[in-house]
Design a protein around this ligand. Sequence first.
Ligand SMILES: C[S@@+](CC[C@H](N)C(=O)[O-])C[C@H]1O[C@@H](n2cnc3c(N)ncnc32)[C@H](O)[C@@H]1O
Length: 294
Amino acid sequence: MSEHAHESVMVNEVLESLVFEKDGLYVDCTLGAGGHSQKILEKLNEAGSLISFDKDAEATKNLSEKLSNDKRFRVVHDSFSQLGSYVKKESVQGILIDLGISSTQLDNPERGFSFQKEGPLDMRLDITKGISAEEWINTAHKSEIENVFWNLGEERFSRKIAKRICEVRSKETIKTTKDLTKIVLSCVPRRTKKHPATNIFRAIRMKLNKELEELYDVLEAASYALSYGGRLVVISFHSMEDRIVKRFIQGKDRIRTSVEFSFVGDKFIKPSLEEVRRNPRSRSAILRVAEKVA
Ligand SMILES: C[S@@+](CC[C@H](N)C(=O)[O-])C[C@H]1O[C@@H](n2cnc3c(N)ncnc32)[C@H](O)[C@@H]1O
């Protein structure tokens, strides 16, 4: 079970930027523990509605009573990149994307997301699809492991860690979060407060869940689904994600859409010091708000 209930990030900032038409249709792409979804519904009137997505069946099954009893609410167990299959073109007034994983997922050792808790190496958001971290780490080619650690983890010791993984797995299967953490610690000197396995665990999670590909896809889907004047609100937790969001809003790196957005208010918003003090996991959050203009 999780140690901490997930605390939604920058709730007031999200609501102020997202909800403008109380009778509108809104989409929360990342339901998680439902905190943002609940607050959005509280701001809507009887005619408003909300569709919330999550890839993780645990999130879509464990709805609060309030959410499951609300007739204006619909939950979808699917990837947010599939948004376009659930809503009509230009029908949505606001879309929220709160990237990453929730504390509920991170703190559950069975999911394998945390190097601080011993558990099976899984790391899939949707455990019904794709391969687990155990399968990947024990079968992927050394050069692929190295590239993932270098590109997604920005890990200086990527080569050394990949080599060590291949040596260890030739003798025994790497099975648990502790096995992997031990390997990383044997390769990376501990110089700062940041745990040396942080980058490696994040990189594997991003790879297995195709997180950057999904982000490109949901931004494209959002530009199709939003009405003109509709708001796109994205919270990222890593500079790689934030860069994709920023460049998309600026009209760069697009593949399938020429829709124009303009930034609303400040180019980005960070959580207040008070919020970071209360919820240290919010410290790396960065919020961007854009309006579909043409
Ligand atoms: C940071 S949490 C969201 C927390 C939520 N805003 C709240 O207030 O509780 C991110 C959630 O997005 C989900 N998620 C990540 N990638 C997804 C994707 N491609 N499609 C659907 N859900 C995704 C994760 O499973 C996780 O539950």
